[in-house]
Design a protein around this ligand. Structure first.
Ligand code: SF4
Ligand code: ZN
Length: 709
């Protein structure tokens, strides 16, 4: 037998023995009927469920899974068979980790790792992965001889936006070297036992179920999906033992190349298992093995600039200066000008710079652009990106937009030399890079003088915001002559296509009709293509021949008909990254809406994750539909079924968030004041019978509607 297959089998057999023993012990201790579940998932033990279709719910379900696991270990001297044994190790790791959660325990409460990754987090990763904002996923495992090396590799990934999961002592090594961690910083510590690697494996596996519509039990479909669509790879640090090697074989079976830092000579398998002994080369080689190309942004600023810093939080104690609407005048405005009114790359700081000793300043960020193809409608599209770009600077935090924002600059960034002109450079470079197709010249003025900033706010910004709001509110599905497709999510959900209209943004919440229009202008053959409104065949349900034609083509024939306004008949497909899901609540005959962040139970008897698993992956499921938060107050929400009058329950946070807009729509369409007071939430009840009583008592308009089914 070859040395490699030998090592793999030896690891897999060891894991099989450990798993069997652990299952038997757990059954003896707790009883076969004891439930065993991972937190906040609709996919049971995801590896077992995806590979075999078996839904593990209790300890008594596990011995059969151990049988399957053992059957994967054939001990045949063949690399393909040995890779299957690697999958057995993954199943074993899943069971061993799952047993830690018996009885609702939180085994990671005291650990620096997070353990199992809940479904909603995976869904939230959809958009950054498809836009390339997260260009890849690294799994870093083990303990380096020199902790500084592992930290350097992880920081390198972080600066490139790679989402990195850490397993083992490398967590402490990276922490000791000052790596900042957290999901928002794209470095996620999983756990210390090697079995905790399964928590990133199930992220890839659930991506196949959530976005890819891979059917549970379709092992070949699963492996093809992870190989082709999940851009992951593995780096191991330190000595290899058989268990690590067999886990690595599992990764290879999923299509993820493994790079080890030990000299393994003849054990290498080109493209799948390779040795890179110089840590300076680890990241570069790993990315090239997975075909991940990173566009490096070299900006003339003294701090790092990467999407990975978007979620960085700067606390008061670490803060050097602040621009905050509650204390000083602030505004951000992008405005289009004539060619001769814009001097390209002119950056003006009008007022004190941040080194004059104050801690609080006013700030009017005033950006003038000219472009032969620039349109007034694109001003807000560019302006909204300021938030992300400022956040990408390490040591800068930006929240809010328009005239309501807060920017903090850290002491650290200040000491590295960050000043106002660098903010101007970032805006200039990013606008010229991302909006090259529509912007030919750009000039940035940053006004910190409070009197002058107020003048920009009053005379330029407020009138512009008001004009835009008027335009947006007058923009309806009827007032435009085309809609747009968006197929950005197809890299994960191959048969999904959003239809974006003025009154219905993409279900991710990130693509409005204006964004789609700008995307078409920026990238003619790109993900957003126009749909003609000619020949509407049903205005109530929203059937258009060209919608069907475009969606049919965009989904390679997977979807035939889509209605724009019905959730019961040919509803729009869902990919998986939707902000909210709505579903039928049969007792009240209404619709429950649940957002991704809500962890509790809804009156449908399902959590967000369970509701979400009813659809997705590009399928149409009448009665269930993913959508953006903003869509809730739209006059087109479930319009064919009675519209917003169907909404009977939402989590409180979501309800509060949409209240002012939803109340306004209800006033206009239904003549009802304070509609949201009639809508249930978890503080009122999550029980369907009690909800019905509440709705009856409040005189909710759903009471007068015809049954949904
Ligand atoms: Fe994905 Fe639809 Fe959002 Fe486009 S609009 S990014 S397809 S969810
Ligand atoms: Zn999506």
């Amino acid at each position: 037998m070859s040395a490699l297959t030998d090592l793999i089998y030896s690891g897999s057999n060891a894991v099989a023995g450990l798993t069997e023993g652990a299952v038997n012990d757990a059954i003896a201790k707790h009883g076969a009927d004891t439930p065993v579940v991972f937190p906040d998932t609709a996919y049971f033990f995801p590896t077992i469920y995806a590979a075999t279709g078996v839904k593990v719910k209790t300890l008594g379900d596990l011995p059969a899974c151990v049988g399957v696991l053992k059957s994967l270990i054939t001990n045949q001297d063949d690399l393909g068979a040995a890779l299957n044994a690697g999958l057995a190790t993954a199943v074993g790791a899943e069971i061993i980790e799952g047993l830690k959660y018996v009885g609702g325990a939180d085994p990671y409460a005291e650990d620096s790792g997070i353990g199992f990754v809940p479904d909603p987090i995976i869904r939230s990763l959809g958009v950054p992965l498809v836009t390339g904002d997260i260009p890849g996923v690294a799994v870093v495992l083990g303990k380096a001889d020199d902790g500084a090396d592992v930290a350097k590799v992880v920081k390198d990934y972080q600066s490139k936006g790679i989402l990195t999961f850490l397993i083992g002592e490398c967590i402490e090594q990276a922490l000791a070297a000052g790596v900042k961690m957290g999901l928002e910083l794209r470095v996620v510590p999983l756990g210390h036992d090697v079995t905790s690697v399964i928590h990133v494996v199930t992220v890839a596996i659930r991506a196949a179920l959530i976005f890819g519509n891979v059917k549970p039990g379709d092992l070949a479909g699963l492996l093809a999906y992870t190989k082709e669509r999940v851009p992951a790879f593995v780096n191991t640090f330190g000595a290899l033992d058989p268990v690590v090697v067999s886990a690595g074989a599992g990764a290879i079976a999923l299509g993820f190349p493994v790079v080890v830092d030990q000299d393994i000579g003849g054990l290498q398998v080109p493209g799948a298992l390779e040795a890179v002994t110089s840590h300076d080369e680890t990241a570069k080689h790993s990315l090239s093995l997975r075909g991940i190309h990173i566009k490096v942004k070299e900006l003339p600023i003294p701090v790092a600039f990467a999407a990975a810093f978007e979620g960085e939080i700067i606390r008061k104690a670490d803060m050097k200066v602040e621009f905050w609407s509650s204390k000083n005048t602030t505004c951000e405005l992008v405005t289009m000008r004539d060619a001769d009114a814009v001097e390209d790359h002119k950056i003006v700081i009008d007022g004190p710079d941040i080194d004059n000793g104050e801690t609080e300043y006013a700030l009017a960020t005033y950006i003038e652009v000219y472009g032969a193809k620039m349109q007034k409608d694109f001003e807000s599209v560019i302006e909204r990106k300021i938030h992300a770009w400022f956040n990408y600077m390490e040591g800068v935090m930006h929240t809010g937009q328009r005239n309501q924002f807060r920017i903090r600059i850290s002491n650290d960034a200040f000491h590295k030399g960050l000043r106002m002109k660098h903010f101007g450079e970032v805006l200039y470079y990013m606008i010229m890079d991302e909006f090259a197709a529509v912007v030919d010249k750009c000039q940035v003025t940053l006004v910190t003088d409070p009197v002058k900033a107020k003048k920009v706010l009053d005379e330029e910004a407020m009138p512009a915001y008001n004009a835009r709001d008027d335009r947006l509110s007058s923009m309806t599905d009827e007032s435009v002559d085309k809609f747009y497709t968006c197929i950005l999510c197809q890299s994960f959900a191959p048969s999904h296509c959003c239809v974006v209209t003025p009154e219905r943004l993409g279900l991710c919440g990130a693509v409005s009709w204006l964004d789609a229009k700008a995307t078409k202008e920026l990238n003619d053959a790109g993900p957003c293509q126009p749909i003609s409104k000619e020949g509407c065949t049903d205005e109530v349900k929203g059937y258009y021949p060209d919608v069907d034609r475009m969606v049919h083509a965009a989904t390679q024939g997977a979807v035939e008909h889509v209605s724009l306004y019905s959730i019961m008949e040919d509803p729009m497909t869902s990919c998986g990254c939707f902000e909210c899901i709505c579903g039928i609540e049969p007792i009240s005959n209404g619709l429950v809406i649940c957002n991704r962040e809500f962890k509790g139970m809804t009156p449908t008897g399902m959590t967000f994750g369970e509701l979400a698993s009813m659809t997705g992956g590009g399928v149409q499921t009448p009665g269930f539909m993913g959508h953006g938060r903003h869509f809730i107050a739209s006059k087109k929400f479930a319009a064919a079924e009675g519209g917003i009058a169907r909404i009977v329950w939402m989590p409180k946070e979501l309800k509060d968030d949409v209240a002012s807009r939803l109340n306004a729509t209800a006033k206009e369409l239904l003549g009802i004041d304070h509609f949201c007071d009639m809508v249930g939430d978890e503080t009122i009840t999550s029980d369907p019978e009690e909800l019905l009583n509440f709705l009856t008592e409040k005189g909710h308009p759903v009471m007068n509607l015809a049954p949904l089914m």
